[in-house]
Design a binder for this molecule. Structure first.
Ligand SMILES: [Zn+2]
Length: 61
């Protein structure tokens, strides 16, 4: 876990881990290096997968 990134995560600024990138045949996918949330890269860049329907999670859970 990246503590500095985790602080950014609290403010909704996630950043993909370049060590965790893979290609599923359609798009590049990764996880946030702070909170491990799934991310996907599209035409506009990296964004959190399904962020709008994701329920809030408790810290440390
Ligand atoms: Zn994050």
């Amino acid at each position: 876990m990246d503590i500095v990134q985790r602080i950014s995560c609290i403010f909704g600024r996630h950043h993909r881990s370049r060590h965790s990138v893979w290609h599923d045949g359609t798009a590049f996918r990764s996880v946030c290096k702070g909170c491990r949330v799934p991310m996907v890269r599209d035409f506009h860049g990296w964004h959190v997968l399904g962020e709008e329907e994701r329920p809030a999670t408790k810290p440390g859970s």
